[in-house]
Design a protein around this ligand. Sequence first.
Ligand code: HEC
Ligand code: HEC
Length: 319
Amino acid sequence: MKKSFLSAIAVSAVLCIAGCAVQSTQQVAQESSVPKKAQTLHFDFPKDYKNWMHGTSKIILDKSSPLYGFQQVFINDIGSEAYKRGGSYPEGSIVIVGFYEAIAEGNEIRQGDIIWYAGMKKDSRATQSAGWIFNGFDAKTFQSKIDDPINGCYICHTSMKHRDYIFTSYAGDVSVAQSDVPKAVEGSFAFPADVRTWRHSNSKVILDKNSPLYGFQQIYVNETGFEANKKGGPYPDGSQIIVGFYEPVKDGEAVSQGNILWYAAMKKDSAAAPETGGWIMDGFDGKMLNSVVKDPVSGCFNCHTVKKDKDYVFSEYVP
Ligand code: HEC
Ligand code: HEC
């Protein structure tokens, strides 16, 4: 079962990713169950997709898989509620998945350069693929590189018909109102319940359970800090960065994002935190959302000082 699924992935992807237009058109003509002339609708690559809601990440380490890579899923505003619900996407919804190099070294997996993008856009003209236009894009030119989206993409996604053809689901939801979050402790700030609406910067996985940084890390930056994060600092007052440490769920050569463990957070406030580089640093329990850090200088800041030239921020924005 598993094996045949994987070989199905391989076959379809060779067709679609290598762009074997001739081969796949012949196949369409031979199979009577599929329409004689497959639709080839396209849509333009949405270059601002990194400003969209981040859905989830998944890593496929097997380089021979067509789904190989450090995957990042983003959803536009129109589709974001449906993605959270898990179905019934309105017209105009777009879901983009970026496939980045997955750099596995020892107990770490980092996100490398972009390889290619796959996208789906809800468009009622796409009558042969359940109202979704499927498209793949070259990472450099952003040009479409899919010749047969019906056989190369849609057929495989039909197994997810019950969720409107989308496989992945929204990860890391914080379904708590800000008013229900524990009050800020002295010298710190309350956990920001809207963190999942912030911009996604980067992801990383540390599989060593003994490391203080263990987890599937998701780094989110608020609007105030996002431009600085792209440039590598300095950050204006009001900037906030959060790392969510989620349980890494390993399944063979796949790693996905599990439940939240805890959050590490920093907020720029140069007047309030001169001893820690102008950043208030705190950690929060993943469930209770209360502060868990007693001494931010020895517990947090002293480790971040090596990144003084980047305004004390380690991670780099991945375009
Ligand atoms: C053989 C199966 C298969 C084929 C072929 C395939 N996909 Fe997918 N696709 C998946 C799976 C499975 C996921 C979820 C990520 C994962 O598990 O690696 C996914 C995820 C996606 C996503 C993110 C939204 C979601 O469903 O979670 C988009 C967008 C997408 N695929 C588009 C495409 C496009 C465009 C093509 C054709 C170029 C394509 N897919 C071909 C199986 C497939
Ligand atoms: C052992 C060194 C170390 C300690 C201690 C530490 N951090 Fe970090 N922190 C890092 C590293 C390294 C990264 C980058 C992600 C990675 O490589 O795992 C990071 C990332 C972060 C980020 C995302 C922004 C960035 O710098 O990349 C925040 C926010 C953060 N840490 C806050 C904290 C807080 C709050 C504490 C105290 C509870 C803390 N850190 C303790 C090393 C440390």
